[in-house]
Design a protein. Structure first.
Lengths: 332, 392
């Protein structure tokens, strides 16, 4: 087990390095130097530009240097916790981002829990009642969730909640708690606002999960030991819960790897529509105004979140499933 | 001959012996039905198996219908893409009636009377039952250049002379939503096909390299695929499409977005190609080809690929929906296609705020074709995938 853990942790390093290279290349792609456009914008608004500050920024972030040196600066800075400078907000990126990262993690985590809670009973029912009307109906509902664009669902939910509950559910907390330190009350308020984004993001992932769970469980149910158990007269419920269901539980952990990227993707666009204080809206505006370090940090963070999430799920799986622990690998 | 007859007559009478000459292949003889089955080509078997999957066939027909409608969009749409009706801004969908005051008239719509609600500044339209606008069919309406080739005025359906017909309402510039959805289908549907063509090519080439050569090439490609898959797609799409230069023409942006969508999508296909190749290259017929001096390109292209092409096509069909949804999401955010190129995502961009949902909900209608297409592709792809292995 420690060997496996070490191996996985070491594998993360090259992965993250390549990701950071891709991210940096993307944010570098637009032509021109960001400080140039920054100065031009300030001058067009009639504001004065402090040449000292520009010179400092240029020197600090090595903007006059070749591509690979800039990249190394950025990388080295990130290792020290310096994610660069947001030109739009005129602040270091770490100060701009603030709570947003935590909230993104929170939304993603709860969404995955929600997906589990919904997908598990449906997948179980579909597998045990294969080709029944319930199977078809539930699968179809799942598909509709998959096919409806998240953002539109968010919009409609926003409207319905407004009409039927009389609350404005845009945002992730009551306005009173904005920019306040974390308290119990703020936490409760966040939870109250969380359900809409969670439902909206969760719907798209649920269908895929139901489908995979159903297929997995069906494979398991056709295995010899299940047939033997049934032949020996084991009660159906016990037959189901004793082994096949436990296999399915493992699958829930291993499936995080495939739903996490889509959950995070979904969270971004839904956050834009619902104007949640997560990474989504800010990343969109950073990309549009080409505020390179801010956008880059968000991209890097989202990729990091995915990689770590997958790692955690693999580790949990290794703890749960001795076959993986002993073979030191995962066959998915 | 005569001796056998004698023999028989001496044996017991109940035993029946066939007079027909002995055919040593009688057990292997096939009925015509079986023969047809055994001699059928792989594609024919797939077709038979697919035909039994009712839902998949139905969805395939819907897709066929939608795609062929994009060929004659100009004729199907009652108006042109950009035709503006300044008297009917935010007009609600009109219902088609048949009977007016107990009298059968044929399909018609009632006229609309416009009034500005002074309390919430909403544009309100009332039915004007005195005005009857009879729909015309196979008629002359807005002029257009069919496929940019020749001028025409022919439409399948037009409004009455001097009247108007907005079956799905109009938008903020008074453009007919039905026509715009029909025109949007052209872009939204082709972007999925174009994108999948690019990612298909990428997937086959890269997966083929990894699977056939193995070794370090395989390792590098596998790591790259893992990394690309660990990226959340949408943020990366957003970042890449934000990179597209602002001064590009809308057509260039269209191709740019297609390429961006395809760039992240080939990984699944490449993986499928790789794993299939890895198992197939150990087969005897592959070794035989190698010994006869066939080049890797020929072995992959001629001997290995056809063996699992059907699988690839099926899984490609299943990844078209994510591309269409991706384009819709990007355009909705304003990072995707730009007007005058109109896709369903661009249309939905107008439904971006909650006022629209409250006041002009019909602007969300472009989502209906999106859902239909996604569902149809999913079910059709599922059926294809089941049919892809006809020997099972």
């Amino acid at each position: 087990m420690p060997r496996y853990l070490l191996h996985r942790l070491l594998m993360m390093i090259p992965t993250l390095l390549v990701i950071s290279l891709i991210v940096f290349t993307i944010i570098q792609l637009p032509p021109g130097d960001y400080l140039e456009s920054y100065i031009a914008e300030l001058q067009s608004q009639g504001e004065s530009v402090d040449p000292q500050k520009i010179a400092f920024l240029r020197q600090h972030y090595g903007l006059d240097r070749p591509f690979y040196e800039q990249y190394l600066y950025w990388l080295a800075g990130m290792l020290h916790g310096d994610f660069g400078y947001s030109f739009e907000y005129d602040m270091p990126v770490t100060d701009v981002v603030g709570d947003r990262l935590i909230l993104t993690v929170l939304v993603s985590f709860i969404t995955i829990l929600f997906t589990w809670v919904i997908a598990f009973p449906i997948g179980l029912y579909s597998a045990t009642h294969q080709y029944s009307w319930g199977d078809y109906g539930l699968t179809f509902i799942g598909f509709i969730g998959l096919a409806t664009p998240n953002f539109l669902l968010a919009l409609v939910m926003l409207y319905l909640a407004n009409v039927y509950f009389g609350t404005s559910i845009g945002g992730l907390m009551d306005a009173d708690y904005l920019d306040q330190p974390w308290t119990w009350g703020k936490f409760i308020s966040v939870l109250e606002h969380l359900w809409i984004p969670v439902i909206v993001i969760g719907t798209s992932g649920t269908a895929g999960m139901i489908r995979r769970l159903r297929a997995n469980l069906l494979d398991e149910l056709q295995k010899q030991y299940v047939v033997t158990g049934r032949a020996k007269g084991l009660p159906p419920v016990k037959l189901l819960t004793k082994y096949p269901l436990r296999m399915a539980l493992n699958f829930f952990i291993s499936d995080i790897g495939s739903i996490l990227p889509s959950v995070i993707s979904g969270a971004e666009i839904v956050a834009v529509v619902l104007s949640l204080p997560t990474t989504g809206p800010m990343m969109l505006s950073a990309l549009q105004s080409q505020d390179m370090y801010l956008a880059g940090s968000f991209l890097m963070f989202l990729a990091f979140l995915t990689v770590v999430g997958v790692l955690l799920s693999d580790l949990a799986l290794a703890v749960l499933d001795p076959r993986i622990r002993l073979q030191g690998g995962i066959t998915r | 001959m005569s001796t056998t007859n004698d023999n028989r007559s001496t044996m017991s009478a109940e035993r029946f012996v066939s007079q027909a000459p002995f055919d040593p292949y009688s057990i292997e003889a096939l009925t015509t039905e079986q023969e047809r089955y055994y001699l059928a080509s792989q594609w024919q078997l797939m077709w038979w198996k697919l035909k039994r999957h009712r839902l998949a066939v139905f969805c395939g027909l819907i897709l066929l219908l939608l795609y062929s409608s994009t060929l004659i969009t100009e004729i199907l749409a009652p108006y042109n893409l950009q035709t503006r009706h300044t008297n009917y801004i935010y007009a609600p969908p009109q219902a088609v009636h048949w009977i007016h005051q107990g009298e059968l008239i044929g399909p018609f719509v009632y006229g609309l009377r416009y009034q500005l609600n002074m309390t919430n500044l909403k544009r309100e339209y009332f039915l004007d039952t005195d005005q009857i606008w009879k729909l015309r069919f196979f008629c002359r309406g807005d002029g257009y250049r069919f496929w940019g080739l020749f001028e025409s005025r022919f439409h399948l359906m037009c409004p009455a002379e001097g009247g108007a017909v907005f079956l799905l309402g109009t938008d903020r510039l008074g453009r007919d939503l039905l026509s715009r959805i029909l025109y949007g289908a052209r872009i939204s549907l082709t972007i999925g096909l174009l994108g999948i063509a690019i990612s298909f090519a990428l997937g086959i080439v890269i997966g083929g390299l990894a699977g056939y050569y193995g070794g370090w090439i395989d390792n590098v490609i596998q790591r790259l695929i893992e990394i690309l898959r660990s990226f959340p797609e949408l943020p990366l799409w957003m970042a890449l499409s934000a990179v597209l230069p602002v001064n590009w023409s809308p057509v260039l942006v269209f191709f740019g977005i297609t390429v961006i969508l395809a760039l992240l999508d080939w990984t699944g296909l490449a993986r499928a190609v790789r794993s299939k190749l890895l198992s197939l290259r150990e087969e005897d017929y592959c070794t035989a080809a190698q010994l006869m001096g066939a080049s890797p390109r020929r072995i992959i292209g001629r001997h290995l690929l056809p063996g699992f092409l059907s699988h690839l096509i099926a899984s490609a069909t299943l990844s078209i929906p994510s591309m269409i949804l991706g384009e819709t999401a990007l355009s909705f955010l304003g990072l995707g296609l730009r007007p005058p190129i109109t896709s369903w995502g661009v249309l939905l961009n107008e439904a971006q705020n909650i006022n629209v949902v409250a006041l002009y909900p019909w602007l969300m209608l472009p989502v209906v074709p999106v859902i239909i297409v996604i569902l149809a592709f999913n079910f059709f792809g599922d059926g294809l995938r089941d049919a892809a292995d006809p020997y099972k």
